[in-house]
Design a binder for this molecule. Structure first.
Ligand code: ATP
Length: 641
């Protein structure tokens, strides 16, 4: 069932409890000795309780029935000692159990989280975030109930049940045998309820995920909700999901309650049987009252574990519904994996080649790219443009190796991306995505994540080069100001400059810019042009954009339509050809009022550029590159510039 890029099926597959248990059991490695210790504590506590019951019988017969205060002290002292030891052992056992279970939950959550982070972009596009959240929270806890608490509970309950049953037999085997004839009733009751409880629990979990999704989506879209007064529609959406949850929850309580009450009745039958037989035995002089009470007490201790075992069966069955949902996530495979024997190249020059690449998204009926080829030499700027849905962002995903092509290859300095360790690839190819990604952290941390461990100076230099230092300094806590993904503190343009600072710090030889000015108004877009040029200086840049204002700067423009390259050339040549590019350009010029301002060279901006970069015609940068990398404008080496 683990298909590459596997989706959540419409229906979550049903998995037997045993298979679910086996799937998650390996995660208890290292915790098993503590589970054993918990079990030992239960054994000791049971022994202490048994001793207490026997002492209670002795007290009844010797002190109470005979009315002898002298016979009270010795068993009473022993009982107190046993009770204290039992309490200490139970305390230690329960604390250890809590520690073990919580460690397991942490481990499982990390395991699933780690897996989810490797899943391909389409996985997240196709599945509701709220449902994933619910899988990572409540379903993870359900598995703990099955694997850790369930196992420890079952082992303890089984031991206690056996132990108290043995004690009852030892006291009066005939009485015990008469009582145990009724034991299968417990099992039959649990069996009767387990199927329904699993169904209702599955429905509850699905509803839980749906409610989280609706709340999450609604809050994420709060502006749309308020601006279009969609509160009623959103409330109805929530109510529909909440109704499903309500029905599942009430039904689950009813089933559990019915089971509980049935068990109570069975227990009452057992107790009445004991009292009836006991009364008859005492009347014939074959039993003392103390022994009968001790026997009844053992039965009192015996019922909870027996009932617990049956209840545990139901809990495990219910938890299996959670396990099924988590296994479904774990069975979705990452679309790319690290090569087994990857090459470890040094820093590449930055030659990128997309060679005859075809690709279609898993599950999609038509290809996103077909026989696509283009090459970018070190330091060049290549713009990939085309109409909406042409496949431009898909090219970015292949360049970052979020997916491997179905046919053809993407090469960096002649090495196929599949042969490069993913960590190296992502170090050498930096992405500036369309949507500015912000960590819930300080401005400093947001820039520093470009290069973990970067010095204060390097962070500030990157911020200056991205024209971000000034606005950062004006923030209440400067670089220590906390921002978050929904922060209203920073404008779109400021966030974009923060992202540019991060990419500058990363200092990757290859840059992939996905619509770097999308969503920005003309003024904000103009403010990022300078920082962008500084970022692109000396790096191979592949810019995916609808925005053709930067096109005259490009060494080459690749026009893509329906997954194929339809035109390639420089801005002037393509305009002169009066083909697809010229049409795109015309349609954009009709839509944008002032296209010229974006091409404004940097020296017309507020302040001179950092690093003493000089900009020639068309905005090319030719800064001194201490590491000898090709400057962006060093076109003489390459024909066609
Ligand atoms: N996760 C996906 N699953 C299936 N098909 C997809 C997926 N993502 C994109 N596609 C399809 O692949 C094709 C190319 O999409 P892509 O996002 O690369 O286009 P684009 O040129 O970047 O469009 P835009 O300019 O509107 O962002 C489109 O037909 C799109 O519907």
């Amino acid at each position: 069932m683990a298909v590459e890029g596997a989706e959540f099926a419409d229906e979550t597959p049903t998995i037997p409890a045993r298979a679910a248990f086996r799937r998650f059991w390996p995660l208890t490695k290292g915790l098993r000795k503590w589970l054993l210790a918990v079990w030992l504590c239960t054994v000791l506590a049971a022994l202490a309780e048994t001793e207490a019951v026997l002492l209670f019988g002795e007290l009844t017969d010797d002190a109470l029935q005979k009315g002898s205060p002298a016979a009270f002290w010795s068993p009473a002292g022993q009982w107190l000692g046993v009770a204290v030891i039992g309490a200490l052992v139970a305390y230690a056992g329960n604390s250890l159990a809590a520690w073990t279970t919580e460690r397991f939950v942490m481990r499982l959550r990390e395991h699933v989280f780690d897996h989810v982070q490797q899943l391909p972009p389409h996985f997240f596009q196709r599945h509701r975030q709220g449902d994933l959240l619910s899988r990572l929270t409540s379903d993870v806890e359900a598995i703990e109930t099955m694997v850790v608490s369930g196992l420890a509970g079952a082992a303890s309950a089984a031991f206690s049940a056996l132990f108290y049953a043995a004690a009852a037999f030892w006291l009066r085997w005939d009485l015990a045998a008469a009582t145990f004839v009724l034991a299968p009733l417990f099992w039959l009751a649990a069996r009767r309820f387990s199927g329904s409880i699993k169904d209702v629990s599955r429905a509850g979990r699905v509803a839980d995920g749906a409610i989280t999704s609706v709340v999450e989506e609604s809050l994420g879209n709060i502006v749309l909700t308020q601006a279009y007064d969609r509160r009623d529609a959103e409330r109805r959406r929530l109510r529909e999901e909440a109704n499903a949850w309500f029905r599942a929850s009430v039904r689950s309580t009813r089933l559990n309650e019915a089971y509980e009450q049935l068990v109570q009745v069975i227990e009452t039958v057992c107790v009445l049987a004991v009292i009836g037989i006991g009364a008859w035995e005492i009347s014939t002089g074959r039993m003392t009252l103390g022994r009968l009470l001790a026997f009844a007490a053992f039965l009192g201790y015996l019922y909870p574990p027996v009932r617990g075992l049956a209840q545990l069966g139901l809990t495990v069955t219910a938890a299996t519904a959670g396990a099924e949902r988590l296994i479904e996530v774990l069975d979705a495979r990452p679309s790319v994996t690290d090569p087994r024997h990857g090459v470890e190249p040094g820093r590449p020059d930055g030659t990128v080649e997309v060679r005859d690449v075809s690709f279609h998204y898993p599950g999609a009926d038509r290809p996103a790219l077909t026989g696509l080829s283009f090459a970018v030499r070190p330091g060049e700027l290549v713009i990939i443009t085309g109409p909406s849905g042409a496949g431009k962002s898909t090219v970015a995903k292949l360049l970052l190796r979020f997916y491997d092509p179905d046919r053809g290859a993407v090469l960096l300095d002649g090495v196929p991306l599949r042969d490069l360790p993913l960590a190296r690839l992502r170090e050498y190819v930096a992405l500036l995505p369309q949507e500015t990604l912000v960590l819930h952290d300080t401005v400093r941390a947001n820039i520093a994540c470009g290069r973990p461990g970067a010095s204060e100076r390097a962070i500030e230099e990157a911020a200056r080069a991205a024209d971000a230092h000034d606005f950062i300094s004006r923030l209440p806590d400067g670089y220590d100001t906390r921002v978050d993904p929904h922060s209203a503190r920073l404008s779109g343009g400021q966030l974009q400059r923060l992202a540019i600072a991060r990419a500058l710090l990363r200092d990757a030889p290859v840059l992939v810019l996905d619509e770097p000015t999308a969503g920005l108004d003309a003024m904000a877009a103009r403010r990022v042009v300078g920082p962008l040029r500084r970022l692109m200086a000396g790096r191979t840049t592949i810019m995916i954009t609808h925005d053709l204002n930067l096109a005259p700067d490009a060494d080459r423009i690749v026009v893509v339509d329906r997954g194929r390259v339809v035109e390639t050339g420089r801005h002037g040549e393509l305009l002169a050809r009066a083909g697809a590019y010229a049409r795109l350009h015309r349609s954009q010029n009709n839509a944008v009022l002032d296209t010229g301002e974006l091409r404004m060279p940097l020296w017309e901006e507020d302040r001179p550029p950092a690093h003493g970069a000089a900009y020639g015609n068309g905005g090319h940068v030719a800064p001194a590159q201490p590491d000898g990398r090709l400057p962006f404008g060093g076109g003489e080496a390459w024909p066609g510039r």
